[in-house]
Design a protein around this ligand. Structure first.
Ligand SMILES: Nc1ncnc2c1ncn2[C@@H]1O[C@H](COP(=O)(O)OP(=O)(O)OP(=O)(O)O)[C@@H](O)[C@H]1O
Length: 629
């Protein structure tokens, strides 16, 4: 709750004013039955029509005042709720895009998704209702009891006995419901994750006829969510019928006892009339409190989840100059005995989610093993091999067991304007080298330098501006090709066309009637794989980067286009330091330097010719792909 209040602080005057207006409206509402009672018992018997009209007018004014006050207060509450939730969402989004790879792995993308949507909605509902119902309900309850006590202590004692019973019942039930909503939110994460995987991977699901399998997977998550939701719903639905029952019992008692008292001349009929209305009001007050409790329990769970992200400390802030490593070497990019393994973060999202034990570990396994958000940062469709060795080993690490080293003693350097090829089997750590170079993660051992400066000493934006990158299955946005290539940067029309030309994209783009204004649909589904890759390469080249990284990004290009692309990069981007990760030897054999990776280690390093001499695995790949040595 502290987290929510920190966002509400700046609206405190508006909240105070809104609450005051609400309070006035509620007091006016409470006075209505009182005036009615006075009208029936005191004014009407005098048979003075003018007086009756005058009190009628008072009632009418009161009604109008109550209505206006409620509308005004509700509007103010909505404004506060919308503005504060806007800020919470903005901070959440900003923090999410600035999380380190390690932190992204911890939270998982589906969970960030639902924190952004359903969790912030829960907060909004609570902020809004607490300023309206949160005032109205207790005032109705306490004011109702107070006024009835002043009218007829005997009858009011019926309310006084029933109200505490009601409150205790409601509070007990609500307390039971609070933890249940944390679990419901966790289930929402799972549903979002499976939906997301299926929507992004719909083609592979169809191609492999895995609809039934995916349906079963979804059904499992869906029924788990339904089970938790029903459980929470059943618990939280109890107060309603209990209260209706109490209302009816209470009303009956008031009418019976009241009838005796009127007969005995102890009380007047107007009092009974007013009592029936107050009884309803008191009940509404209790119901309102119950609803506030429910919203509060949901908001509490959601606030924890959002705060866990927003208050996460920035991991990848620049290190002070005196802590940064130094080098006197003059190569542009230097990896010095670098070692790294994933999943070492001490921060745990589990506690914040309020989930412990077996279940949380299982869920954590899922989100780390299957989702691997750090990877998705680059690879939004999750197109990597997540089966087998990869996901299995990452699970071990996330369970806190011994972690498998992902990169070990990586040592190489590239001159400014030089070119490096990286080749190796799936999952051997090629992309991880880039993740470290761009400081999505910090290396566990060794140092990485760009331009003689420790990458950890760079400001994040300053560092990333050096790069033009295409990751595997990078995202094409639902926007024009022009926007997809320029990507919010200051790129002139000429630069745009040159980038498209070098990326071999110009030809097919200019075939469209609307050329660069042609719109790509979500994830570029109206482009072929090769066209998508060319647009992405054009995006990487458009800002004339100092370092160009192509991570398996020409795999969908035919050999001729791939060769033409490399020629264009060589001729038009001679000053750009280029790293090409590829599975095809032909994509890297012309580069200055090549490293052959195997299980996170460099097992061969040199030019194509040198590797053919010295590295058996490279020879074998070459032979398999090209047919001879
Ligand atoms: N975010 C992550 N969390 C945990 N483990 C990860 C993560 N990203 C990658 N890994 C694991 O680290 C290892 C190296 O992954 P990496 O993506 O660097 O391989 P790669 O050589 O680029 O593979 P590919 O050629 O398939 O793209 C794999 O075992 C992979 O499962």
């Amino acid at each position: 709750m502290k987290f929510i209040f920190s966002y509400l602080k700046k609206y405190r005057f508006m909240i105070a004013l809104g609450m005051f207006i609400k309070l006035s409206g509620t007091v006016g509402e409470l006075l209505l039955p009182y005036v009615l009672e006075h009208l029936v018992d005191d004014v009407a018997p005098e048979q003075n029509v003018r007086l009756v009209f005058a009190w009628g007018a008072v009632m009418l004014l009161l009604v109008v005042f109550v209505r206006q006050a409620n509308v005004k207060a509700n509007r103010m509450a909505i404004r506060v709720a919308k503005s504060s939730i806007y800020e919470i969402r903005r901070d959440l989004f900003w923090k999410s895009v600035n999380l380190s790879g390690e932190q992204l792995d911890e939270f998982g993308l589906p969970s960030l998704n639902s924190r952004m949507t359903s969790d912030s909605y829960n907060l909004q509902s609570f902020i809004q209702s607490s300023q309206t119902m949160g005032i109205r309900a207790p005032i109705m309850l306490i004011g109702g009891i107070f006024i009835t006590l002043t009218m007829d202590v005997g009858l009011a004692s019926i309310l006084c006995i029933m109200a505490p019973i009601l409150i205790v019942a409601v509070v007990c039930v609500s307390m039971k419901g609070i933890p249940l909503y944390g679990r419901v939110q966790k289930s929402v994460d799972d549903i979002v994750r499976i939906m997301r995987e299926n929507i992004t991977g719909i083609r592979v699901v169809k191609a492999l006829s895995k609809e039934d399998y995916e349906m079963r997977r979804f059904e499992e998550a869906n029924s788990e969510m339904a089970r938790r939701d029903i459980k929470a719903g059943i618990v939280m639905a109890l107060p309603g019928p209990i209260m209706t029952f109490m209302l009816n019992v209470g009303l009956t008692i008031v009418v019976i006892v009241g009838a005796y008292r009127v007969n005995g001349g102890v009380t007047q009929p107007g009092v009974i009339l007013a009592f029936l209305t107050y009884f309803n009001m008191i009940l509404m007050g209790v119901m309102g409190l119950n609803r506030i409790f429910m919203l509060m329990s949901k908001a509490n769970a959601s606030a924890h989840r959002i705060a866990a992200v927003v208050q996460t400390e920035d991991e990848l802030t620049p290190v002070p100059a005196k802590e940064a490593a130094v080098t006197d070497r003059d190569e542009y990019i230097i990896f010095e005995h670098v070692g790294f393994s994933y999943g070492k973060s001490e921060h745990s999202g589990m506690e914040e989610d309020g989930i412990t034990g077996e279940e949380s570990i299982g869920e954590k396994k899922d989100s780390s093993g299957e989702e691997r958000a750090g990877k998705e940062k680059n690879d939004a469709s999750g197109g990597k091999d997540t089966s087998g060795k990869g996901s299995g080993s990452s699970r071990d690490r996330f369970d806190g067991l011994e972690r498998q080293k992902c990169l070990e003693d990586i040592d190489f350097a590239i001159k400014r304007g030089g070119t490096l090829g990286i080749i190796g089997a799936t999952g051997c750590g090629k992309t991880t080298i880039i993740n470290l170079l761009m400081r999505f993660y910090d290396a566990d051992a060794g140092n990485i330098f760009i331009g003689g400066k420790d990458v950890r000493a760079y400001d994040k934006d300053e560092l990333h501006q050096l790069f033009g990158v295409v990751f595997q299955n990078d995202v094409i946005f639902a926007d024009s090709l022009k926007e997809n290539i320029s990507f919010g940067r200051d790129v002139t029309g000429k630069e745009l066309e040159e980038a498209a030309e070098d990326a071999m994209a110009k030809e097919f783009i200019e075939d469209y009637e609307d050329t660069y204004d042609h719109r790509a649909v979500v994830r570029g589904a109206n482009l072929s794989g090769g066209q998508r890759q060319r647009v992405l390469i054009a995006r990487a080249l458009a800002a004339a980067p100092q370092i160009l990284v192509l991570d398996d990004s020409s795999s969908a290009l035919d050999y001729r286009t791939d060769a033409a692309l490399r020629r264009a990069i060589r001729e038009h981007h001679a000053d750009t330091t280029t790293i090409i990760i590829a599975q095809r030897v032909s994509s890297i054999m012309g580069l200055d330097d090549i490293i052959m990776l195997d299980e996170g280690k460099i097992i061969g390093h040199g030019t194509h010719e040198e590797l053919l001499e010295s590295c058996a695995m490279y020879q074998e790949i070459y032979r398999t792909q090209m047919g001879s040595v």
